[in-house]
Design a protein around this ligand. Structure first.
Ligand code: AHM
Ligand code: MG
Length: 346
C-alpha cells in the first residue's frame, strides 16, 4: 500500500512543476497549514478551556467577537506575518489592513493575504462546524515600496491561491492555485493533513439549496421564484439544508451538489457576505471545481472591490442550479426544470 501524500509534500511537488518560482507561495501555503492546525486544536478544546463566550469587543461590522475569533485572527496574523512571503494582511476581524515587515510598511514579501479567520462564529457556542477562508494575491506596489490600499482591492481573477479550512466532524483544508481543487484531511493522531479529496469537482447535478429562510422572504422575485421551484421539486429529491456556516454549507454542496444563496434583500442591498474574505475565494474554488458564483449581475470573480469590507449578494454552487437561478431573473419562474436527473435547465 502506498503512503498517503501530506499537504507539505503536495505543496512541494507543485512547486517543482514550476522550476523558476521563488518558493514564497510554497512557504505561505505551508504556514497556512500550520496556523490551521493550531486553530483546530483550540476549536476542538473550546468546550474544555472556557474559551467559549464573547470577548466583549466588537469588530468593524459591529458584530460581537467571540474569543475564538480573536484567537484565530491573532494566530493567522502572527504566523503569516512572521514568514518572509507576506507583505500585507486584510482580516475580516480588523478595521484596516495590516502591513507586515520591520517598520510596518509592507515593503518586502510578494503576497497579500485576505482572510476570514473564523467564519460562522455564531455556531461556536453550539458545537456546529465553523471555518477559515483565505485568498492570496500578488502585491501591485513594487517590492521595496510601502503597500497601499490598492494592493488589497483586487478582483477575484487576480488570486493566485484560495482555500478554506473546515473545522467539522473532521478537519479539512481545501485549496486551489488554479490547477484544480484538492482537499486534505487532518489526521489528529499524526498532526498532518493528508490528501483525501484529489481534484474535487461538483457533481454534474445537485438537489440541495441552502438559504436562510427568513432572508428568502425579503429577497427579490427571482430568488423567491427559484427557491419556490426547488421546494416544489421535493419529489424529484430537492431538499433545503442550511447550516449557517458558509464553509460548511459550501463544502457539503461541493461534495453532494447544491447551491448556497445569500441574496440582496429589501433592507440589505448588498447582502451580508464580504467579497474579499468570503465570496471571492470560494467563487474561485467553485469555478475550479466546475461550478459558478455570481451576484445579482454577473460573475463574482470579475468584481473590483471599492472597499476592504465590501459586501455582495452571493449565489454559488453547482453550475446548472446557478444557471437556473439566473434564468429566473431573465425569464421569470417556470423557465427551467428542477429535475436533478434531467438536463432541462438552461
Ligand atoms: P460571520 O463572518 O460573521 O461569521 O458571518 C458569515 C456567516 C456565514 O458563515 C453564514 O453563511 C452566514 O453568515 C449566516 O448568516 P445568517 O445567520 O444571516 O443566516
Ligand atoms: Mg465571515
Amino acid at each position: 500500500m502506498s503512503k498517503a501524500q501530506t499537504l507539505g509534500e503536495f505543496i512541494m511537488d507543485r512547486q517543482a512543476e514550476f522550476p523558476f518560482v521563488s518558493g514564497q507561495l510554497t512557504r505561505l501555503l505551508t504556514d497556512i497549514g500550520v496556523a490551521a492546525k493550531i486553530v483546530n486544536q483550540k476549536v476542538n478544546r473550546a468546550g474544555l478551556t472556557s474559551i467559549l463566550g464573547a470577548s466583549g469587543d466588537t469588530n468593524i461590522q459591529d458584530e460581537q467577537q467571540q474569543k475564538l475569533d480573536v484567537f484565530a485572527d491573532d494566530t493567522f496574523m502572527r504566523i503569516l506575518s512572521s514568514g518572509k512571503s507576506v507583505c500585507g494582511i486584510g482580516s475580516e476581524e480588523r478595521d484596516d489592513f495590516v502591513r507586515c515587515g520591520e517598520h510596518g510598511e509592507g515593503r518586502q514579501g510578494k503576497y497579500i493575504v485576505l482572510i476570514d479567520p473564523l467564519d460562522g462564529s455564531s455556531n461556536i457556542d453550539v458545537n456546529v462546524s465553523i471555518g477559515t477562508i483565505f485568498s492570496i494575491v500578488r502585491r501591485i506596489t513594487p517590492m521595496g515600496e510601502p503597500l497601499g490600499e490598492g494592493d488589497f482591492l483586487q478582483p477575484g481573477t487576480a488570486q493566485v491561491a484560495a482555500g478554506y479550512i473546515l473545522y467539522g466532524s473532521s478537519t479539512m483544508l481545501v485549496y486551489t492555485t488554479g490547477t484544480g481543487v484538492n482537499g486534505f484531511t487532518l489526521d489528529p493522531a499524526v498532526g498532518e493533513f493528508f490528501l483525501s479529496h484529489p481534484l474535487m469537482i461538483f457533481p454534474e447535478r445537485g438537489a440541495t439549496y441552502s438559504i436562510n429562510d427568513a432572508v428568502k422572504a425579503k429577497s427579490g422575485p427571482a430568488t423567491q421564484a427559484f427557491i419556490d421551484g426547488c421546494r416544489e421539486a421535493v419529489d424529484a429529491g430537492f431538499r433545503g439544508r442550511y447550516i449557517g456556516s458558509l464553509v460548511a454549507d459550501f463544502h457539503r454542496n461541493l461534495i453532494h451538489g447544491g447551491i448556497y444563496l445569500y441574496p440582496s434583500t429589501t433592507d440589505k442591498a448588498h447582502g451580508k457576505l464580504r467579497l474579499l474574505y468570503e465570496c471571492s475565494p470560494l467563487a474561485w474554488i467553485a469555478e475550479e471545481a466546475g461550478g459558478l458564483a455570481v451576484d445579482d449581475r454577473g460573475r463574482i470573480l470579475d468584481k473590483v472591490p471599492a472597499a476592504l469590507h465590501e459586501r455582495t449578494p452571493y449565489y454559488v454552487g453547482t453550475r446548472h442550479l446557478v444557471q437556473a437561478l439566473m434564468a429566473c431573473r431573465l425569464a421569470g419562474p417556470g423557465a427551467f426544470s428542477m429535475d436533478p436527473q434531467g438536463d432541462k435547465s438552461p
